[in-house]
Design a protein around this ligand. Structure first.
Ligand code: FAD
Length: 446
């Protein structure tokens, strides 16, 4: 941070001096040519960064997003086959609010009013609640909202276009760079000179690998099964996480709709071998298996979407940046969905990197410079490692049936339940609203 801050201070002084000389009638310098930033990957992380940069520095930055899976047009059902819905923490919601995206998805966003945690066997007739969190971080502000993935993408794509982002349906094949600049090699043969390339190309990031950035990671012997479930009774905004021996089974409230009037999203962690046998059964039997985990409190249930299994893994990049390259989102880290924090971590990267780039650009500095990227890494690395370790630890602690471990964890849950200040601390951390949150995450403009 010190080096970056020192060079930014120097740039600030230069900026002040040049303003003074202009005021005294000195010669005006020609406006510098816009810097070109290329973002590889149009997932939520890549598009949010593109929008934040294009909005903050329209004259100084040119933003291109490349992705071979970009839809040909901004169809409202863009990537509608993705049945995932994300728990967007309060800090992420504030960022979408300040980028003008939240009003477009608010109608599809279900606030989480409270959250209940149980720890039981699959065959247990009742699942007593061990821990109960109230859902507000500030009066009237939910700690998280459930938002369908395709609604977020369908709001981000046209907003990026309107902000002047150049969206291209091509892959970034290679990126080479030195201290003076970089060149991106695109799959249509074009060579694009850029000042900074951002790898938002997901967990198996080609750009990260090509830059020789190491990856510490492993696969879990589990998959995350995702689907939308219709049910008769209102969930009242309650999220429920049943810790079962094979892994957590989360019921996450969605806005009303579906064949039975109410809907929830499930994230069902299951051992890999069991999951493939379960999912190969006929739909009626699959629904019975869902019902055994879902419970009967919400009345009759129906499958609103097919069940889709995602392999689960853990991984963190050894560095978040290389020469004129920055990693964001799953390209930088992949974590277990047990706490619904993967994308939220990615959005924190976005907010921190956008702040570094915008501050440097406004001071007339080169946003691809090593010092700027080091500031970004320093801002994000500790928080990312801490969250990754917590989610991995929680999964190990809860995805087993060892009696002494069960007693210990239930004692821990009971203890937290009896300590309201500790519960408030956990909720605040999960909502991303810590004191050091980047400006966008506090709902401020860049
Ligand atoms: C079961 C499950 C449930 C989850 N639930 C939650 C939740 O509730 N809350 C939460 O915060 N997180 C959750 N997550 C995590 C979340 O899904 C990811 O963190 C998030 O989708 C990552 O977004 P991204 O934009 O970084 O990457 P991606 O969505 O993977 O996007 C990467 C993009 O890069 C493109 N691409 C790849 N290679 C190239 C290339 N060479 N050139 C150009 N483009 C390229 C791809 O086509 C893709 O569009 C969950 C994950 C799972 C598996």
């Amino acid at each position: 941070m010190a080096a970056g801050k020192a060079s930014r201070k120097g740039a600030r002084d230069d900026f002040k001096n040049s303003s003074k000389s202009k005021a005294r009638g000195g010669t005006r310098r020609a406006a510098p040519a816009p810097r070109h930033i290329l973002i590889a990957g149009s997932g939520i992380a890549g598009l949010t960064l593109a929008l934040a940069l294009a909005r903050a520095c329209p004259a100084q930055l040119t933003i291109t997003v490349c992705d071979p899976t970009l839809p040909a047009q901004d169809l409202p059902d863009a990537r509608a086959d993705d049945a995932r819905a994300y728990a967007i923490a309060a800090a992420g919601r504030r960022m979408f609010e300040s980028l003008g995206i939240w009003p477009k998805v608010a109608g599809m966003a279900q606030p989480m009013r409270d959250m209940v945690i149980t720890d039981s066997h699959l065959a247990d007739p009742v699942r007593p609640s061990f821990l109960n969190f109230d859902g507000e971080v500030e009066p009237g502000e939910a700690f998280a909202h459930m938002v369908p993935a395709h609604d977020l993408l369908a709001a981000l794509l046209p907003a990026c276009r309107e902000a002047g982002v150049d969206l291209r349906r091509v892959a970034v094949r290679r990126f080479e760079a030195d201290a003076d600049g970089g060149t991106a090699h695109l799959s249509d043969g074009e060579r694009l000179p850029v000042t900074l390339c951002v790898a938002a190309d997901g967990a198996r990031s080609r750009l990260r690998e090509a830059a020789g950035i190491g990856w510490v990671g492993w696969s879990y012997p589990q998959v995350g099964i995702v689907a939308t479930i219709g049910h008769e009774r209102d969930h009242m905004g309650r999220a429920i996480e049943h810790f079962l021996p094979s892994g957590p089974f989360a019921l996450l409230p969605l806005t009303p709709g579906g064949s039975l009037g109410h809907r929830s999203s499930i994230v069902w962690t299951e051992r890999r071998a069991t999951a493939s046998t379960l999912l190969a059964r006929d739909p009626g039997e699959v629904l019975e298996e869902v019902e055994r985990r879902f419970g009967l409190e919400l009345g009759a249930i129906a499958l609103e979407t097919p069940l889709r299994a995602f392999p689960l893994s853990f991984g963190i990049a050894r560095e978040f940046a290389a020469t004129r390259l920055a990693l964001i989102g799953d390209a930088a880290h992949v974590i277990h969905p047990i706490a619904g924090q993967g994308l939220n971590l990615g959005l924190k990267n976005v907010a921190a990197l956008a702040e570094c780039i915008v501050d440097a650009t406004r001071l007339g500095m080169d946003p691809g410079e090593g010092d700027i990227l080091r500031d970004y890494t320093r801002a994000r690395r500790f928080d990312t490692v801490a969250m990754a370790a917590v989610t991995d630890g929680l999964n190990r602690l809860f995805s087993n049936d060892i009696e002494p471990v069960r007693m210990l964890r239930d004692f821990g849950l009971g203890l937290v339940e009896r300590l309201p200040p500790l519960k408030r601390f956990f909720i605040r951390e999960a909502s991303g609203l810590s004191a050091k949150a980047p400006r966008l995450m506090r709902g401020e403009r860049l």
